[in-house]
Design a protein around this ligand. Structure first.
Ligand SMILES: [Zn+2]
Length: 345
């Protein structure tokens, strides 16, 4: 009698199916709970003849195991079906895809590169970790020259007997120029964008790393006039055709003569405003004719060739275009800030 019941339940259990978690729970209650069918069998088990108890006991255990396995399998099947449903929601629209935005420094850098490439400059790149020889010495910084103090950087290896062998994070992209001149003969016409490092306290106006872009032109008969015209064209391409430039005498170890370049304030058009501190001019870059010592140190005959170089801060240009008040915002990865530049891409 009890064995018939066990066979019947075993048959039922193998055929179980369910559409959702509720139905599975109903099945669990029906077969496996304390008031379920299998527990009820145990009451009958008391009446089984002693010599049959062992065989019937084994059968009941098999039934219980089969019910447990089946219900677990139904649960697993349901979970898999739900996952698949989530991944394959065919009603979802494919657009708009969530696109990111270009970083404002990248936008400005690409615009600058584009302008100089149209004037025939090609891109050159050098290492961010370099030796003193290429960052300072070949660029006419004497070992004890005070100009080195203006570019205090981070040292990786210091060699007290020979400073030219110090290994450091470059403080300007000019090392790209010394590497390029060592390996190429004129005519040379390159721009070198990249990241540079300074030992500076981080504030709204200064950071321990920032970005520069330098240009170098070396050929026969290159004059200061060429430099001025290239920079005027650059300023007008970037800030508008009415932009004026002015050059003020300055000092850099690697150029002679050297100059700082201002552009007429593009906010007030040169009449004076808070942005240009009521001068009508804003500083934009440094430039000059390459010092013959630099050419010679890099293996170029300074009696045959001459050239000019210029360098600008990409953060500076970005600020002039977009008026970002705090330099630190460029490296904080705040999405709210970065989304401001969606339209500028
Ligand atoms: Zn102004």
């Amino acid at each position: 009698m009890i064995t018939d019941k066990i066979e019947q339940l075993l048959g039922e259990v193998q055929m179980l199916s369910a559409q959702n978690a509720d139905e599975i729970e109903q099945l669990r209650l029906k077969y496996l709970s304390k008031k379920g069918e299998i527990t009820a069998l145990m009451a009958d088990f008391r009446n089984v003849a002693a010599d049959q108890k062992k065989a019937v006991g084994i059968k009941i255990n098999e039934l219980k195991q089969a019910a447990t396995d089946k219900i677990n399998a139904l649960k697993e099947q349901l979970a898999t079906t739900e996952d698949t449903d989530n991944e394959l929601d065919l009603t979802r629209t494919a657009y708009p895809l969530p696109l990111g935005t270009r970083h404002p420094l990248t936008i400005a850098r690409n615009q600058i590169i584009d302008i100089f490439q149209r004037m025939g400059f090609t891109l050159a790149k050098g290492p961010e970790i370099d030796d003193d020889l290429h960052v300072f010495t070949k660029l006419n910084f004497a070992a004890d020259h005070p100009a080195r103090d203006m570019q205090d950087t981070f040292f990786i290896e210091q060699n007290p007997n020979d400073v030219t062998r110090n290994i450091l994070l470059r403080s300007h992209t000019s090392n790209d120029q010394s590497h390029y001149m060592e390996t190429h003969q004129p005519p040379i016409r390159v721009i070198c964008p990249g990241r540079v490092y300074r030992n500076e306290a981080i504030s709204a106006r200064a950071h321990c790393f920032f970005h520069q872009l330098e240009g170098l032109y070396i050929d026969k008969n290159v004059s200061f006039t060429d430099l001025k015209q290239v920079l005027l064209t650059f300023a007008r391409e970037l800030f508008g055709e009415n932009t004026e430039i002015r050059l003020r005498p300055s000092y850099f170890p690697f150029t002679e003569p050297s100059a700082e370049m201002d552009i007429s304030c593009h906010i007030c058009g040169g009449t004076g405003c808070g942005f240009c501190k009521h001068t009508g001019w804003v500083e934009i870059l440094g430039c000059g004719m390459v010092d013959p010592n630099v050419l010679e140190a890099c293996g170029i005959d300074s009696t045959v060739y001459s050239g000019y170089a210029f360098g600008l801060g990409i953060e500076r240009i970005t600020n002039l275009k977009y008026q970002v008040a705090d330099l630190r915002m460029f490296s904080e990865n705040d999405v709210r800030f970065l989304r401001e530049f969606e339209a500028a891409n």
